[in-house]
Each structure stands twice: as structure tokens, then as C-alpha cells.
Write a protein that binds this ligand. Structure first.
Ligand code: NAG
Ligand code: NAG
Ligand code: NAG
Ligand code: NAG
Ligand code: NAG
Ligand code: NAG
Ligand code: NAG
Ligand code: NAG
Length: 402
């Protein structure tokens, strides 16, 4: 796998399709799901303490719990994932913590050979398991691997269930989630078992687990040689220096901020000086922009960056030219009330996502053209400690020191 566009934005596209056939609550990772439960078994929602987000200095809260995130590296940084457990006694899984989606999917034993490389949840072995008696399919809009999306070649068949869920030290006595009962072969190479959505709609997950609705993420690239970290209930102030700069969320359902303009190597263009909404997605490796914005950025970096007709939406350039190119991308965001605008910067080192599999002399560049939305993933998030503040509908960033 040499390229970095991965499947979380799946989420937005797939969820929309899925919602047409499922009650919305079925998709939330929450106790308040459509699954009817005896009152005694429902989670008791503990009162959450004021979130640290109230402090723009990023002071630590007492109510946090953290766990490491591991980098799936195959030529380039592809995905970060970490541990969860499900059931009683606990069964272990690894999941991508995906801010672009809002439900949990892990393989179940019913998936059998189609999930052969992944751990499979055995519901018969859990004393707290509840069957939701409903099923679902999700078709993903992009994939993890190098194979392009063709029709329904990234599809999961799902069954809605509930059981005890733990993430780090946070426990949900009964969380609703999906067991994968079958999937297309495209998912087989993944080194992780499932996906756990942390969209702005996942506030119920934190409430049910007794933590404030806020989390922090650190993604340490393979080249830096360390583990990343997910912190629930606040930010881990030992992982960054300086103040956290916040920008208000715009729009609903996605982690989305308003950009005031984009600069490339200090230059800009009329197309880049418009207000656009950018989705922040921890489950996507690189970036997706609409064609006019992608072309405007690329034209400042090099006239030699061109679409790769073999894989619609992607761009590339001869790999031997990559080291000669300057490609510093500054994106300006509005500050929250009382704070000025600020830039988030993607350094030149992110320009190449590595060679295309079938054209090894051609390197894929970091922006893929989308159909109508703008999204930044790990090529930006890797360079900041990020704070995802559900309770206050904003995101914060602090330099992570790499
Ligand atoms: C890395 O990518 C190559 C080529 O796409 C693939 O054959 C291989 O299975 C991948 N390795 C892992 C560990 O995913
Ligand atoms: C949050 O902090 C309060 C006060 O320090 C404490 O009573 C409560 O148990 C904590 N909750 C969790 C989930 O740690
Ligand atoms: C689950 O993970 C924990 C922590 O890494 C480990 O101690 C335990 O043995 C694992 N359980 C199984 C069944 O693999
Ligand atoms: C699931 O657990 C049950 C009860 O422990 C056991 O009998 C069964 O063999 C397990 N199934 C699989 C596929 O591991
Ligand atoms: C699983 O999905 C594949 C398509 O990827 C299909 O060919 C196969 O029949 C399905 N298996 C079951 C048991 O439904
Ligand atoms: C963002 O970066 C550009 C140069 O790339 C600079 O002109 C602009 O002043 C910066 N904006 C802020 C708010 O720092
Ligand atoms: C972008 O939005 C800001 C704040 O609403 C506004 O002041 C500015 O004029 C807008 N710029 C453009 C190019 O529309
Ligand atoms: C890049 O984007 C295009 C258009 O959305 C899409 O068709 C293509 O599958 C994407 N490529 C990858 C590798 O995700």
C-alpha cells in the first residue's frame, strides 16, 4: 500500500446512504440507542465535570484517560489505531479512532473467512451481550488499500448489537455497536480489526462513560519512532507546548472548521482566498479538495504535478522531482471569539504519499480531488496536538514539538 487516501470519509458518504434505511439512533455509539434495554442494565450517566476546554490554556482536567495509538505504516503513514475491549469477560480488538464516522464496527465470528485476518467477537462467550435484531450494509466511498473504489467493492454487512465497551479506562456498561458479518475482500489486509467513530455526534459515548465530551489526539509518525496517543475527557498537556488555539465548528455532524484562505509557499490565488469548510478526519491519511482548489494549490507547487488518469481523482509527479520541490501549505482558520485567526501548516515533507503501485517512478501527491467537499486528514493532524471539543463545538491545536 503506497498511498494514503483511506476510508473514513466513507463515513460521511456511507452514513448518509445508510441513514435512509436505519433510524438515526442506530448509528450512534450510545446507550440511548434504539436497542430496548431493561432499565437496570442501562448505563448510568455520571455527571461530567467542567471540561478543560473551558480553559484556552489547555490545563489538564482530572477526568482523563489515555491509551497509545499505533501507526499502520506501509511506505507512508496510513492509519493510527488502538485497543478497545468488548464483552464480559473482555475480548480484545484494535480499531481506527475515526473522527469522520460515528459508529463502531468490529468483526463477529459469523464473518468467518471473510474476516480471516482480524479478531472476531464471539457473542456466545459474553455474558453481557444483547442482540439488537437488526441488520445493515455500509458501502464505503474510499478504501484503505491501493485498489480504487469500483462500485460496491468496499462493503460491510452488519448486525446491530450491544455489550460492555471499554476504551482505556472508560467503560460503557452497554454500548450499541455493529458486528461485521461479511465484508468484501478489499478489507482483508488491514492490520486493525475495526473502526470506532468519534464524530461530534459521539457525545453520548462520553456521557455514558462518565467523561466530559472532549478528547485529544497525538499522531506520531513512523519516522519519529514513537507511539501516538488518544486521551478521553480532555487533553494530555504533557504532549504539547504552548497555548491551544481554537476555531469554532461550522455545520453539523462533521468536525468541520471554516477556512479563510490557503497559502502555498507564502503565495495565494483568488481561488484560494475564499471561505471554505474543511472536514477534519483522523481516519483519512491525506487531503481531499474540490478540483479548482486542488489545481490552484498544485499550480503554485509545480506545473509538473498532473492528474494520474489510471486512478481518477489522484495526482502525481516523477518521484525524483519531489526532493526539489517546496510545498508549504498554510491554511488560515478563524479563531474563537476574542482570539485572532491562525494558520495550520503542512510542511513540504508531506507532498509525496509514495509511488503508485503500477507506476513506481510516479509519486502520488497529497491532495486527491473530491466530489464537492474539502477534507484534511493526517498529513495535517500529524503536525499538531489536536483537541476535539464536543461540548463546546470547537477544535483546538497546539504544536506537538516534532
Ligand atoms: C504493504 O503494501 C504492499 C503493496 O501494496 C502489500 O502487498 C503488503 O501486503 C502491505 N503490507 C502490509 C503489512 O500491509
Ligand atoms: C471526575 O472527577 C470527579 C472529581 O474529581 C470525580 O468525582 C469523578 O469520579 C471523576 N470521574 C471519572 C470518570 O474519573
Ligand atoms: C487482552 O489485552 C490485555 C492487555 O494487553 C492482555 O493482558 C490480555 O491477555 C488480552 N486478552 C486476550 C484474550 O488476548
Ligand atoms: C464462542 O464461544 C463459545 C462459548 O464459549 C464456544 O463454545 C465457541 O466455540 C466459540 N466460538 C468460536 C468461533 O470461537
Ligand atoms: C460475502 O460477501 C461476498 C462479496 O464480497 C459474497 O460473494 C459472499 O457470498 C458473501 N458471503 C455470505 C456468507 O453472505
Ligand atoms: C498565514 O500564512 C501566510 C503566509 O503563508 C501569511 O501571509 C499570513 O499572514 C498568515 N496568517 C496568519 C493569521 O498568521
Ligand atoms: C470570509 O468570512 C469572513 C467572516 O465571515 C468575512 O469577513 C470575509 O469577507 C469572507 N471572505 C470572503 C472572500 O468571502
Ligand atoms: C480519489 O478521489 C476520487 C474522486 O473522489 C475517487 O474516485 C478515488 O477513488 C480517490 N482515490 C483514492 C485512492 O481514494
Amino acid at each position: 500500500m503506497t498511498r494514503g487516501i483511506s476510508y473514513s470519509l466513507v463515513l460521511a458518504l456511507a452514513a448518509t446512504a445508510a441513514l435512509a434505511t436505519a433510524p438515526h439512533s442506530d448509528f450512534k455509539l450510545t446507550m440511548n440507542s434504539a436497542l430496548a434495554q431493561p432499565a437496570a442494565r442501562r448505563a448510568r450517566v455520571r455527571a461530567s465535570t467542567p471540561s478543560i476546554a473551558a480553559s484556552s490554556s489547555g490545563r489538564a482536567a482530572s477526568n482523563t484517560t489515555s491509551e497509545p495509538l499505533f501507526d499502520y505504516f506501509n511506505g507512508t503513514d496510513l492509519q493510527w489505531y488502538g485497543d478497545i475491549t468488548l464483552g464480559t469477560p473482555p475480548q480484545n480488538f484494535t480499531v481506527v479512532f475515526d473522527t469522520g464516522s460515528f459508529s463502531l464496527e468490529v468483526p463477529g465470528t459469523a464473518c468467518g473467512a471473510a474476516c480471516a485476518n482480524q479478531r472476531q467477537f464471539n457473542s456466545s462467550a459474553s455474558s453481557t451481550f444483547e442482540d439488537g435484531q437488526s441488520s445493515q450494509t455500509i458501502v464505503f466511498g474510499t478504501g484503505v488499500g491501493v485498489d480504487p473504489v469500483e462500485g460496491n467493492n468496499w462493503e460491510m454487512w452488519l448486525s446491530f448489537v450491544a455489550d460492555v465497551l471499554t476504551i482505556a479506562d472508560m467503560t460503557l456498561p452497554l454500548g450499541g455497536f455493529f458486528l461485521i458479518t461479511n465484508q468484501t475482500a478489499t478489507f482483508l489486509p488491514d492490520p486493525f480489526d475495526g473502526i470506532l467513530g468519534l464524530s461530534p455526534e459521539s457525545g453520548d459515548l462520553f456521557a455514558a462513560g462518565g467523561y466530559p465530551g472532549i478528547f485529544g489526539m497525538l499522531f506520531v509518525p513512523e519516522s519519529e519512532g514513537g507511539a501516538g496517543e488518544l486521551t478521553l475527557g480532555g487533553a494530555d498537556t504533557t504532549k504539547f507546548n504552548g497555548p491551544v488555539l481554537y476555531s469554532p465548528q461550522v455545520g453539523n455532524g462533521n468536525w468541520q472548521l471554516g477556512s479563510r484562505g490557503i497559502f502555498v509557499n507564502g503565495q495565494t490565488a483568488r481561488t484560494l482566498q475564499s471561505n471554505v469548510s474543511l472536514i477534519f478526519d483522523s481516519g483519512t491519511s491525506n487531503m481531499l479538495f474540490t478540483e479548482p482548489i486542488a489545481e490552484a494549490i498544485y499550480s503554485i507547487i509545480s506545473p509538473d504535478i498532473a492528474p494520474n488518469a489510471d486512478e481518477p481523482g489522484t495526482y502525481g509527479i516523477a518521484c525524483d522531482l519531489i526532493p526539489t520541490l517546496l510545498a508549504v501549505i498554510d491554511i488560515t482558520f478563524a479563531g474563537i471569539s476574542g482570539q485572532g485567526a491562525f494558520n495550520l501548516t503542512i510542511p513540504s515533507s508531506e507532498l509525496s504519499s509514495g509511488p503508485f503501485r503500477h507506476k513506481p517512478e510516479l509519486c502520488q501527491t497529497l491532495i486527491n480531488v473530491s466530489e464537492g467537499f474539502n477534507l484534511v486528514g493526517l498529513s495535517l493532524l500529524k503536525h499538531y496536538y489536536s483537541v476535539w471539543d464536543i461540548d463546546n463545538q470547537r477544535m483546538g491545536f497546539a504544536p506537538n514539538g516534532f
